[in-house]
Design a binder for this molecule. Sequence first.
Ligand SMILES: NC(=O)c1ccc[n+]([C@@H]2O[C@H](COP(=O)([O-])OP(=O)(O)OC[C@H]3O[C@@H](n4cnc5c(N)ncnc54)[C@H](O)[C@@H]3O)[C@@H](O)[C@H]2O)c1
Length: 281
Amino acid sequence: MVALRRYRRRMETSGKVAVVTGAGAGLGAALARRLAGAGMKVAVADIAIDDAEDVAAAIRNDGGEAHAIHLDAGDEGAIESLATRVEAELGPCQILCGNVGVQQFGKAEDLSRADWEWVYGVNVFGTAALVRRFLPQLRRSTDARILITASTSALYPCSHMSAYVSSKYALLGYTETLRMELADEGIGVTAMLPGPMATTHLASSEAAKPDIAGHPVHTPDTIAVIAQGAGGEMIDADTATRNVLDDLAKKRPYVITHHVHTEPIEARYAEIREAFELARR
Ligand SMILES: NC(=O)c1ccc[n+]([C@@H]2O[C@H](COP(=O)([O-])OP(=O)(O)OC[C@H]3O[C@@H](n4cnc5c(N)ncnc54)[C@H](O)[C@@H]3O)[C@@H](O)[C@H]2O)c1
């Protein structure tokens, strides 16, 4: 019985087809390397195609299999083309990592509708469209997984990041709901909640932001505010993925990448608990 349980928890990785969005840098690139290192064929999808090509070439150099594919994660037409190319060039996707997430700093009152639409278009609507489009391929596998990159920002707010934080709250709610809806089909759905990582997150968001009548992604004054609010150690993206294969194999609901200050999370839940207590009045 124990042996059977162990067997059930193992995930066959060799030859599986994985798609990682935002894989041209940072966490996405680290996920692509990790999955390829376990023997998967990986689609390295990114809006910055040269960066995606570099990541894919480095994986191939190390003996892995990787294909760079251009993707604007906020564009449903581009998601459609990605799905078509993945199936034609690698085979049906079995592991889907919706990792792209763009950042937008600025006080809530200053952000324009265009800023909000961009952040939600990529982080929330883009992720939902990605999953919707890839589900028919995932359903053809007997052991499919979906990994969605949220953030510890989905657990507690951070000043001057209202569009990003609220998009990550939405993404966590989406991922948890999807997990319930796909459980009977055996498709594991996991939310990744990274803390601060040393990546090019701000620069790549700035580069990917379309030319819209919006706020700059970041300004020196907002960086200073964020630096004060950021709690916990900063780690590199490869370290952040160190347990992800095991977490996916075991269909864990959450991947916490590293320690962050938990006080703001506990304070938030304490206030919510108190509000429930007050409802007894
Ligand atoms: N860096 C952090 O501290 C941190 C913390 C928590 C969560 N996250 C999340 O981790 C994920 C990855 O961020 P990162 O820190 O690795 O950033 P990164 O800048 O290193 O990588 C992001 C990649 O996404 C690509 N990209 C941006 N917009 C895109 C679009 N519209 N379509 C396709 N590709 C696009 C960029 O070109 C870049 O290659 C994001 O969801 C982010 O919100 C990051």
